[in-house]
Design a protein around this ligand. Structure first.
Ligand SMILES: NC(=O)c1ccc[n+]([C@@H]2O[C@H](COP(=O)([O-])OP(=O)(O)OC[C@H]3O[C@@H](n4cnc5c(N)ncnc54)[C@H](O)[C@@H]3O)[C@@H](O)[C@H]2O)c1
Ligand SMILES: O=P(O)(O)OC[C@H](O)CO
Length: 697
């Protein structure tokens, strides 16, 4: 039996094995004889040959393509050294590589079809590289971590010439650097000034911009690219790897299919048919590159390969610990980036250390729960290795994900914008992972079991306010009821008050006013804001204010009664607004804005300030959409819905432009938001105006 699992050179064939063994100067292990060749000589040879390092199966005679065992049963790619009896036309369909095709003077076989040879020189080189038993390393990726790990690999390859081929190729996604090609700059200066400035990398590492060229002859593939590029990278190199290749992934991320998460190491394994290990840990690239002490965890299933990786990566200041738990190690590396976003949000909001500590604790528990839910055999100890607790800690204190999330909370910019502004070409992995993870959780109805992962996604991509990290109740009736029951202030304004908003709103509403008919205005989620009262006092029309908190509606009705009384009791009316002479034009009603009792087409204007923002904190993912549907239903054709929010277009238009809504967004405006202190960053508030279709019904 051919043992594919062990990394040795196997020669499939007989007589010529001796010949080729002599020619290339290596010892061989002969296996897979056909009966006719199972001679005493060959058996003796089999029992005395020494196993070599380096994987591969080499057929020295293609008789096996037609007889026992068939060549196609062997793992591709195989190598064939044909002899005079080789039925090469059959081997063609197996995808076998032909070594030395002309050695046997095939031209004498007139009936044989011309056989495709994948390039004699390449095949010979691969064959020889296997025969030397040296590992040839290719680094796939040359960003911040790719470059830092290249420094370590260069150092170890030079220290271990008996194990490694002296040249390490590093695939460099070609970019312009100050008018020159980045790969040329690297190969001249041995530095990567864009992604790891100031660090010199051993000259054994050569930047290669052609991906296929970079993996040529490589027996060890080190994957260190952003995870979004993995699949297409595998597809490109798939057909160009020697059969004894193996891989290790340093990529922190996760993919998904319809049943759940898919490890990136599985993607590599499935696409390339190679053994795959992983290396993860508390490894801020810039610190590792400066030889500051760090640890890393190697997750493996093949111990021999893990030992090789220790030789490749371990240094006095980069200590690598192998553990037999690929999934545990890899999920730690992926999910800690999502937790780091939460830590960054917390920092951006100025929350104290206690809050961040809680985020780390909850995050670690969700990481472990997720890994053990979806993957068998994940060990609890893994979460206490460098890939677990340690990486979580460092990413939540110093990582890029944390840094950008802090800016997200402070500025309200999107992650895409912040990545461009803050990272100079480097890429966040946490945001993509948050999306993938949430898709899995939603598909499998698991969001409640992973509240932190879910809320990070909702804040990052669904416009939920960062405050839901610590206050997740803004969307519930219970929260507002309790709040307004205890409320000491008679009124409170979220964001801006009426006077700062009305210059933006007046020009939109005024064209709708007519002498003949008063506007009917509906104010959604009025709370104890004076916004609706001021619209009424300024004579825009009759205003109905609604809120689902009975406590606040009672308080606002009490205020209204007091105003009416004040007006009626006053002898001297100066300073008391005349509008109170017709108080029937202002009403406060208890109503759930997602399910209102008004008839369709009842209002000219529907307006809300901050209500959608609050609903987006709701556990009901459809609450904001439900409010919009209701607003649209009760609006008259041609009527306007005005939304005042802190939500940027990317996070609000997805709701406002829902295809079920029979309106069009006709205006979006931003204006300076309210700043609590001079030290706080300037923010923007937004107004979106929708006009209901004339023929909506
Ligand atoms: N930077 C770190 O401190 C660190 C530490 C440990 C692990 N990691 C992980 O290593 C992986 C790689 O991160 P990094 O920091 O080396 O990368 P990076 O974010 O610094 O750089 C991005 C890389 O992507 C390349 N790129 C851009 N467009 C591309 C395209 N279309 N196709 C292919 N490549 C393209 C760029 O040239 C650059 O090399 C990530 O999964 C990351 O989580 C990073
Ligand atoms: O900078 P980050 O957030 O991508 O994290 C970097 C490393 O993964 C830390 O181990």
């Amino acid at each position: 039996m051919v043992d594919h699992a062990s990394s040795s050179v196997f020669i499939f064939g007989t007589r010529s094995a001796l010949l080729w063994g002599n020619i290339v100067g290596f010892s061989i292990f002969v296996t897979g004889f056909s009966r006719s060749y199972n001679t005493p000589t060959a058996q003796t040879y089999r029992s005395t040959c020494r196993l070599m390092s380096g994987a591969g199966i080499i057929a020295l005679s293609a008789f096996s393509a037609s007889s026992d065992p068939p060549l196609r049963k062997l793992n591709a790619p195989d190598y064939l050294v044909p002899d005079h009896s080789s039925p090469l036309s059959k081997t063609e369909s197996t995808g076998v590589s032909i070594l030395f095709p002309h050695q046997h003077n095939f031209t004498t076989h007139t009936q044989r079809k011309k056989v495709h040879c994948d390039g004699k020189a390449d095949s010979v080189r691969q064959f020889r590289s296997m025969s030397t038993g040296k590992e040839k390393v290719a680094i796939i990726g040359s960003g911040n971590w790719g470059s830092a790990i290249a420094k370590i690999i260069g150092y170890n390859v030079r220290r271990n010439p008996e194990v490694f081929d002296p040249e390490v190729r590093m695939w460099m996604y070609e970019e312009d650097y100050e008018g020159q090609k980045l790969s040329q700059v690297f190969n001249t200066t041995h530095q990567n000034p864009k992604y790891l400035p100031g660090i010199t990398i051993d000259s054994s590492v050569v930047a290669v911009p052609d991906l296929v060229e970079s993996v040529k002859d490589a027996t060890v593939l080190v994957f260190v690219i952003p995870h979004q590029f993995l699949k297409r990278t595998c597809a490109t190199i798939k057909a160009h790897l020697p059969s004894n290749a193996k891989a290790i992934s340093l990529i922190k991320g996760v993919d998904l299919n319809e049943t759940g998460p898919v490890l990136l190491s599985s993607i590599i394994r499935d696409n390339l048919s190679v053994d795959v290990s992983v290396l993860m840990g508390a490894n801020i690239a810039n610190e590792v590159a400066k030889d500051m002490f760090s640890e890393a965890t190697i997750g493996y299933s093949n111990r021999k390969n893990a030992d090789l990786y220790v030789t490749l990566f371990n240094t006095p200041t980069f200590r690598c610990e192998p553990i037999e738990d690929i999934a545990g190690v890899e999920i730690c590396g992926a999910l800690k980036n999502v937790v780091a976003l939460a830590a960054g949000f917390s920092d951006g909001m100025g929350y104290p250390g206690n809050t961040k500590a809680a985020i780390l604790r909850i995050g670690l528990l969700e990481m472990k729960k997720f890994a053990q839910h979806f993957f068998q055999g994940v060990k609890t100890e893994t979460f206490f290795e460098s890939c677990g607790l340690a990486d979580l800690f460092v990413t939540c204190t110093e990582g890029r994900n944390r840094k950008c999330a802090e800016a997200f909370a402070k500025t309200g910019k999107t992650f895409k914008e912040l990545e461009v502004e803050m990272l100079n070409g480097q890429m966040l992995q946490g945001t993509g992972t948050a999306e993938e993870v949430d898709r899995i959780l939603v598909n499998l109805n698991l969001t409640k079991e992973y509240p932190l992962m879910h809320v990070v996604y909702e804040i990052s991509f669904k416009g939920k306010p960062v405050t839901v990290l610590v206050e997740s109740d803004y969307g519930t009736q219970r929260y507002w009821e309790e709040r307004y029951t205890k409320e000491k202030r008679e009124t409170f304004e979220w964001y801006q008050d009426y006077h700062s908003l009305i210059p933006n709103i007046r020009p939109i509403i005024e064209p709708y006013q007519s002498a003949a008919q008063r506007l009917r205005i509906l104010n959604l989620g009025c709370g104890n804001s004076l916004f609706g009262e001021q619209l009424f006092l300024d004579g825009f029309g009759s205003v109905i204010n609604v809120d689902f908190s009975a406590a606040v509606i009672a308080a606002m009705n009490k205020r209204k009664e007091a105003k009416i009384k004040e007006y009626r009791d006053s002898e001297e009316r100066e300073g008391i607004h005349e509008a109170w002479s017709h108080p029937e034009d202002i009403e406060y009603q208890v109503m759930d804005v997602t399910d209102m009792s008004y008839a369709p087409n009842s209002f000219d204007i529907v307006i809300e300030k901050g209500t959608m923002d609050a609903l987006l904190c709701s556990e009901d993912p459809h609450a904001a959409t439900a409010m919009c549907l209701e607003a649209c239903r009760v609006l008259k054709p041609g009527g306007l819905f005005i939304v005042i929010t802190y939500g940027i277009p990317e996070r609000r238009l997805c709701y406002l432009q829902d295809e079920k809504l029979r309106w069009r967004v006709i205006q979006q405006t931003d204006f300076p938001g309210y700043c609590a202190t001079d030290n706080e960053p300037a923010t923007l508030d937004y107004m979106y105006v929708m006009r209901k279709n004339e023929k909506a019904d």
